[in-house]
Design a protein around this ligand. Structure first.
Ligand SMILES: C[S@@+](CC[C@H](N)C(=O)[O-])C[C@H]1O[C@@H](n2cnc3c(N)ncnc32)[C@H](O)[C@@H]1O
Length: 468
């Protein structure tokens, strides 16, 4: 079997290697200093040249339980399979609508027979439990009343959610918690990926085909498309700013080769992420024999090639041609593979039913006359959280330890797609901040096997002791 050939790879090999070159230590320092100031998490510092590449260090003492960082994602997406269960803002990922809409929409889609599997290939994880087949269905009228808010569940006003704002491009895929999230998503990612009438994509049919291919194979391709869209839109903004500011025109020669330096600048936030080619870094699945490894890696490369070819039909523009190389596409996907990137937002539906369960007995009995049939219809799966994948620029600089001093932990108030890192023990100024990429309660061999997905063997003090 011959490998698929991407002509852009050879045509633009110099520009592609410049885009993929690791930024210099000074560029890394400068970029993250700015980001840390923006995030107002001044107790941190990114060291570009630590033992394991970049790493995050404490710039003052943290106590156990202290909030170390709230990191905003650079790019993220809800798993397509999760969209049946949770209606969230496509930009900040907080739940939207109402408790009734969350429940009604989920029951409606399940009644239609749409399963998570039809929406996409992603696994359901520990956030979901049980199956939808062991429940007692509600009448269609009741489900519709929940969906259109003509039926109000008792005490649901105690769990208000932001109203649903539609996509400005008119697609029925993206919804928001506010006009500002809708605009931010449109300006940063969505205008080129929207399948509505107002889309800025040059070929909506190809876009639909691309989304379907991603849903049927791997929704990591949607994230990669978002990164490309983000870079193009940033490039366009930089270009407009450049034309509007003649003073700056000396810095980049507008009439000769302004394009590539500007593309490099637009790509900068992505350039900071640790990355390797997807088909080189993806761990070999257990059911693939090591003698079939070369074939497996070639198949993964071909899958990326097919996805990229469809994306090119939808978004290609000569001005940003290197972005559409397989080399760049493979590295973007590899960046998601190698970084620690779960997006999780807790469901208010769970809080709602817990609240009902905790009511004084007489009130509870009264409320349950209405809520019990709803809960029975939802079955064990009533409390699925929003799940997806995201890239968090600062969190992704944190290295792993099997005895970490920090962890990603959502507090009650953290109901959006931000990453929250909390100190697990006192951390002194100058100490590296580490998190665990895996379940650190696993035995030594299993921990090392899980870390193969990230391409290294852990030599933290615990592993050194247990492995010797
Ligand atoms: C999420 S990134 C962490 C930041 C990374 N060090 C960088 O330079 O951007 C994950 C990568 O860092 C490296 N890494 C993280 N923890 C490590 C450890 N304990 N030992 C060796 N390498 C580690 C591995 O290459 C891993 O794939």
């Amino acid at each position: 079997m011959a490998a698929s050939v991407c002509l852009i790879d050879s045509q633009y090999s110099d520009q592609i290697s410049t885009l993929l070159k690791s930024p210099s230590p000074n560029q890394v320092k400068e970029y993250f200093q700015e980001l840390i100031a923006e995030r107002q998490c001044n107790g941190l510092r990114v060291n570009p040249e630590g033992e394991h590449g970049k790493g995050v260090y404490a710039d003052f003492d943290f106590k156990e339980g202290d909030l170390i960082l709230k990191d905003q994602m650079l790019v993220g997406a809800q798993h397509s399979s999760n969209k049946i269960d949770c209606l969230v803002c496509s930009f900040c990922f907080q739940f939207i609508g109402s408790i009734e809409l969350q429940i009604g929409k989920k029951l409606y889609l399940h009644e239609l027979g749409i399963s998570a599997d039809e929406c996409g290939p992603s696994d359901r994880t520990e956030c979901s439990s049980g199956s939808f087949s062991d429940r007692s269905p509600l009448l269609r009228d009741t489900i519709e009343s929940l969906m259109n808010d003509s039926m109000q569940l008792p005490f649901s006003e105690k769990f208000p959610l932001p109203s649903v704002v539609s996509c400005p491009g008119g697609c029925r895929e993206a919804y928001y918690c506010s006009e500002s999230c809708a605009k931010a998503d449109w300006d940063s990612f969505h205008s080129l990926l929207c399948t509505g009438k107002g889309s800025k994509s040059s070929n909506i049919e190809a876009l639909l085909k691309f989304i379907q291919h991603a849903n049927e194979t791997n929704d990591i391709f949607i994230l990669a498309a978002k990164v490309i869209s983000f870079t193009i839109l940033r490039y366009r903004k930089l270009k407009v700013a450049q034309f509007e500011n003649p003073e700056k025109q000396d810095a980049i020669n507008l009439y000769t080769n302004y394009g590539f330096p500007m593309l490099l600048e637009a790509w900068k936030p992505v350039s900071m992420g640790y990355k390797r080619r997807w088909w080189d870094c993806i761990a070999l699945p257990e059911d693939v024999d090591s003698c079939d490894e070369a074939m497996f890696r070639m198949q993964i490369r071909d899958l990326a090639f097919t996805s990229l070819e469809i994306l090119k039909e939808a978004m290609y523009d000569k001005e940003y041609e290197p972005l559409f190389s397989l080399e760049i596409y493979g590295h973007i996907i590899g960046m998601f593979e190698l970084n620690n990137l779960d997006l999780v937002v807790a469901s208010p539906v769970e809080d709602y039913f817990l609240y009902i369960d905790d009511l004084p007995l007489s009130e509870k009995k009264e409320a349950e006359k209405i809520t019990k049939p709803v809960l029975d219809a939802l079955g064990d799966d009533y409390s699925i959280c929003c799940q997806g994948t995201a890239f968090f620029p600062l969190q992704s600089c944190m290295n792993h330890s099997c005895i970490p001093n920090a962890k990603a932990f959502k507090r009650e108030e953290d109901r959006d797609g931000q990453a929250t890192i909390i100190a697990l023990k006192p951390i002194s100024k100058g100490e590296e901040i580490t998190i665990s990429y895996i379940d650190e309660d696993l035995p030594y061999e299993e921990r090392q096997a899980s870390l193969e997905d990230y391409g290294f063997r852990c030599k933290c003090p615990r592993c050194s002791e247990e492995g010797s």
